[in-house]
Design a protein around this ligand. Sequence first.
Ligand code: UD1
Length: 372
Amino acid sequence: MCIVGARPNFMKMAPILRALAAHNPPLPALLVHTGQHYDASMSDRLFSDLRLPTPDINLEVGSGSHAAQTAEVMKRFEPALDAHQPACVLVVGDVNSTLACTLVAVKKGVPVVHVEAGLRSYDRKMPEEINRVLTDQVADRLYTTERSAEANLVREGIDAVRVCFAGNVMIDSLLSSRELAHPAADTLRAHGIDPAMLDSPRGYGVVTLHRPSNVDSAATLEPLLNVLAEVAQQLPLVFALHPRTRANIDRFGLAHLLQPQRMAVLPPQGYLEMVGLMKAATLVLTDSGGLQEETTALGVPCLTLRENTERPITVEQGTNTMVGRDIQAIRDGVAAILDGRGKRGRVPEMWDGHAAERIAADLYRWLAAGAG
Ligand code: UD1
């Protein structure tokens, strides 16, 4: 049983399902959507862009507090697991659905496979960090995207024989979709915005923000929106607004800081739109985990508005620079990129578009050997 719940899971699962089906012999999979993300723009749209099949089971949990959401996934997943008795449960990433389904499976003695294991921000205030640490502790087979992840796992007492360095499935999706990506101008036009606003000699920037630590209080969100307004004067921006951020901007009365002449403010975008926006961008400003990796694979400079990253290879080898919420660091980072001093980076080891095939091959061997 393969589990997805929230937006960043979908691009990881799509290549895995294809690789399981293409394996010889095929590895049959049931797709379970917990329904953590439910809006058309956060879920359905991505399913079609990523050529994901309709879920076999939708638990329709929706939003809630962390406790309520996690508990609801657990309650609704248990009978589905009992009914289908899978050889293993495969989870990806670090969202609440990942941990919830892991806990249900492991307590029933069903082996758990975690794809994107071992990433650590070492920031326990992030809900995702708790989800990562706990999922990895009880998972039976752990697939990593970068070598530092295995060292993190071993430090936490996890036996290295359970760990397999397979590469990055998110980059499998990126490479197989890059040619299909929608041009940025079409994306703007689809929202009634004249794409001429992007015609600047320096190009344009792409912005996403949704981390609770950045957007849940006016004291952090307001200065960030102010500096984005300042950046927009030098470089037109395309800002894809997450529902959490949209709601908070309205709640805090900050909508006047979004400047339509220099900033194209869009709802959450489909996958092909997002890839199209990123691949032609001069820079990306984000607090997303996935965008840090995707910009590294695309060779586009990325400024990450977080104090830490669980994906250090994007900084060491890729195009990522951590700027935190430090307004001057954000200004300096943008200025450096506009001066042509942005990181060029190189694509990390095994981010080659074949990670899911390696996972399918290893999973087959592991299951055939008794999932020990
Ligand atoms: C979740 C993940 C985060 C991931 C992000 C990507 C956890 C702990 N967090 O955060 O790791 O980076 O998804 O988006 O699992 N909402 C909608 N429509 C939707 C989904 C959410 O309107 O389809 C709104 C709701 O008001 C909801 C809020 O967004 O309360 C937050 O959604 P939730 O799934 O709880 O967390 P995210 O912030 O999206």
